[in-house]
Design a protein around this ligand. Structure first.
Ligand code: C2O
Length: 561
């Protein structure tokens, strides 16, 4: 039985922490201290203490006897995890955690070739007590009941996510670099495979190969709250007590949520969310690099790459922090931090919807997958439904019908241009503000505005301008977020559905102690056009911190390369 100690926490509400004050303001300064225990919940089996030798013999020990590690040429170009040693991962509270998989035998390549296609349905359409609900809960309960030494055990499955993202593995060929499946082009394919095998295990445990996981349809109004199946009662295997009690249904999710944000009127929040979806999926997702994140190859140090794609940052990260609860920003649990996120069954519905965004970007928005062989050939190891380790490649997950699933055809209201952000105040005279060189490098511990010069067009290259927030430095274990505005002279009056709100930069707490130095880019040509500022030779950029401070080294504008 899992046993967690009592947790006490409060979530501070401060209007000054949320300068773009929403139209309706909930007046309490903070919610009361809430106490609850998470003891012995729904029969979940904790992996407990596995024999350390078994752990070290896990995937890695066996893996090292396979041809791949015997063949140095296998260290070619894709970024690959090295399974020789699975090491302790790090929790945001800085203690180490062993997420390593239990010992297993044999690794085979796996290429899916489904002959039937099942439909993943929206979680909000599932009724508590329905046949589907019963199957789903039965599958998750059985997973929780499996022996801790079984890699299909629910907690072991959550540990797979932890090991892959919190520093459990090093980068093959570069033992000093920790491998990572977030903040790069590996994000979408890795999570697709992860959810796929989780679904396969569910099918196996209930002996129904037509079973699918639901998706949390947070991009459409009907799905913009925790689906009721995850909150029906505390003994349900779909329930997780480590969720923010202020965000239980019918609270509408905030897809740009930052700690401390106040609740706005649900109707208005829905408008904000649709505008945010439009911005992230359409305005800011023009290329595979925008959408999937940047290339991550053999020898690359993930802590210095440009990083995550549009959707991974927003809404993916914020759905995590909004759902998970926290003692404070520095010690988030379950959905709020990557090491523990998959301990909440809602994780898999969240990621099914993230995965659905990939299909929508390709099918409805003219997006395309990378053709780069280092992306296509990158591989991961997962446990399949038989508890056997399998090696799968990115190129083999691109056609989801071969994986045997598709998504229910539900309305996608943000595809409609009517939800697109609108300018708050067109073509204003920009206030004076310093030049970036006078301000940076600096610590973002208060709002900062700078006037940034636009580059002059010469030659025939792209004329799309990219705003680059350069050299954002932080410790990966920290929750990080700041919001970015353009040509906004009154941030307090600005709303998330105003064109002036460009978006945010964020980091979900994870990983070994590592300082990251990365960049955040926004496409601004279309935005400036809509703001009536096409001919301005400068822009006003404002950064609003929403977390503990990060260091920022500069801001500039360049043409897309
Ligand atoms: Cu691997 Cu939503 O995170």
């Amino acid at each position: 039985m899992a046993s967690f100690s009592a947790v006490a926490y409060y979530i501070p509400y401060s209007s000054s922490f949320f300068p773009n004050k929403p139209p309706k303001f909930n007046n309490r300064r903070r919610n009361p201290v809430v106490k609850f225990t998470c003891e012995a919940k729904n029969g979940e089996q904790s992996p407990g203490k596995l024999d350390r030798r078994d752990v070290l013999l896990g995937l890695g020990g066996l893996y090292s006897t396979t041809s791949l590690s015997a063949n140095p040429m296998a260290l070619a170009d894709p970024a690959l995890p090295d399974f020789k040693d699975c090491i302790d991962a790090t929790q945001p509270n800085k203690t180490l955690i062993n997420c390593c998989p239990p010992a297993v035998s044999g690794i085979n390549d796996y290429v899916p070739s489904a002959t039937t296609v099942n439909t993943r349905i929206s979680a909000q359409s599932v009724e508590v007590g329905s046949d589907y609900y019963n199957k789903y809960t039965e599958a998750i309960q059985k997973m929780k009941n499996l022996s801790p030494s079984d890699p299909r055990n629910f907690r072991q499955q959550a540990n797979v996510h932890c090991a892959y993202c919190d520093g459990g593995y090093t980068l093959k060929g570069s033992p000093k670099l920790l491998y990572e499946i977030h903040n790069s082009w590996l994000f979408f394919p890795w999570h697709r495979w992860y959810v796929y095998f989780f679904e396969k295990i569910c099918q196996k445990l209930i002996d129904d190969d037509t079973f699918t996981l639901p998706f949390w349809n947070w991009d459409a109004p009907q799905g913009m709250q925790i689906p009721s199946i995850y909150n029906s009662n505390v003994i349900s295997p779909l329930y997780d007590c480590f969720r923010n009690p202020d965000h239980l249904p019918p609270t509408v999710i905030n897809l740009e949520w930052s700690y401390g944000d106040v609740q706005v009127d649900p109707k208005i929040q829905i408008e904000y969310n649709l505008a945010i979806m439009y911005t992230q999926m359409i305005t800011q997702s023009k290329t595979p690099n925008d959408f999937f994140g940047k290339a991550y190859r053999a020898g690359d140090d993930i802590t210095t790459l440009d990083g995550a794609g549009t959707i991974e940052q927003t809404p993916h990260n914020h759905v995590h922090t909004w759902t998970g609860t926290a003692v404070d920003q520095s010690n988030p649990i379950d959905m709020g931090a990557l090491y523990s996120a998959a301990r909440d069954p809602i994780f898999f519905a969240h990621h099914a919807n993230v995965d659905r965004m990939w299909t929508i970007w390709l099918n409805n928005l003219g997006g395309s997958n990378f053709t780069d062989k280092d992306w296509l050939n990158a591989y991961f190891i997962f446990y399949n439904e038989e508890a056997k380790p399998v090696r799968v490649r990115v190129k083999d997950c691109l056609d989801i019908t071969k994986l045997g699933y598709q998504y229910e055809d539900v309305p996608i209201p943000w595809l409609d241009g009517s939800v697109k952000p609108k300018p708050r105040a067109k073509a204003k005279t920009l206030p004076s503000a310093p030049d970036p060189a006078q301000v940076f490098p600096t610590t973002l511990d208060k709002p900062i505005s700078v006037i940034v010069k636009r580059p002059k067009k010469s030659g025939t290259g792209s004329s799309e301008e990219i705003l680059i927030i350069e050299g954002i430095e932080y410790d990966k274990r920290n929750y990080v977020k700041f919001n970015v505005f353009i040509n906004e002279d009154n941030v307090n009056a600005s709303r998330p559905d105003n064109t002036e709100f460009l978006g945010s930069f964020s980091n979900l707490p994870h990983g070994h102690r590592m300082t990251v130095k990365t960049n955040k880019k926004f496409r601004i040509s279309q935005v400036l056009e809509e703001l009536g500022a096409r001919d301005y030779d400068k822009v006003l950029v404002t950064l609003i911190p929403k977390s503990s401070p990060v260091k920022i080294n500069g801001i500039k504008i360049e043409f897309d390369s």
